[in-house]
Design a protein around this ligand. Structure first.
Ligand SMILES: Nc1ncnc2c1ncn2[C@@H]1O[C@H](COP(=O)(O)OP(=O)(O)OP(=O)(O)O)[C@@H](O)[C@H]1O
Ligand SMILES: [Mg+2]
Length: 187
């Protein structure tokens, strides 16, 4: 139909037991399709899913054209960076308010396109996330800003400010993040 699409295919992993491998590929494919659609209903930009093949564990989705937020943050000036971070924080807040944990919340899984941040790669996400899962999401993001983005320390704070604004229970999650990080430090 003349649309630009991405085919995401989960290839069998030879080192896993075949039955387990098959079941993981199928559940992750289904989970990803479901959460991508659910996230869009919450107001978070995600690709449109055009097709899902459970047997082959493949998804056909809209191609989102643009740089990954991971690369964009390094290349842009303070103003654009602030705009991107605000958008990231607001959208993560909307997801969490809707009880969705992304599961792999890094800036590699965000694409900047049409002046918005698009979220992809929800295969490890959860639709009825508990506080711990929400905390792990933010913890992953925090880690990314301490390693890949350590030269722009303000950006994480900008994201968290927008997160607080869009999600009333943000303070509970941030307390949990602290607990997760303390746990990591002392064990
Ligand atoms: N809809 C899309 N539009 C444009 N690029 C995409 C899209 N989906 C994926 N990509 C590109 O492909 C890369 C890998 O995709 P994705 O993050 O979904 O898979 P992955 O990290 O290999 O997956 P998983 O962690 O589920 O095994 C992304 O970082 C992005 O560059
Ligand atoms: Mg990814």
């Amino acid at each position: 139909m003349g649309r630009q699409v991405i085919l995401k295919s989960r290839v069998p992993k030879g080192y896993r037991h075949p039955e387990l491998d098959n079941s993981l590929r199928v559940t992750r494919t289904k989970n990803e399709a479901r959460l991508i659609q659910e996230a869009r209903r919450l107001g978070v930009p995600t690709p449109i899913i055009y097709d899902i093949d459970i047997i082959e564990a493949t998804l056909v989705m809209q191609e989102v054209n643009g740089p990954r937020v991971k690369d964009l943050l390094d290349q842009s000036g303070p103003e654009q960076r602030a705009m991107v971070c605000e958008e990231v924080g607001r959208s993560v807040g909307l997801l969490h308010k809707g009880s969705i944990a992304h599961g792999d919340l890094t800036t590699s899984n965000m694409i900047w396109s049409e002046g918005r941040v698009w979220f992809i790669d929800f295969s490890l996400g959860s639709k009825k996330a508990d506080l711990e899962e929400l905390g792990v999401d933010i913890h992953l993001l925090h880690e990314a800003f301490q390693s890949a983005h350590s030269h722009i320390p303000d950006s994480y704070d900008q994201i968290i400010n927008a997160y607080r604004d869009s999600f009333p229970k943000a303070a509970d999650v941030l307390r949990k993040v602290k607990e997760i990080e303390d746990r990591g430090r002392y064990t």
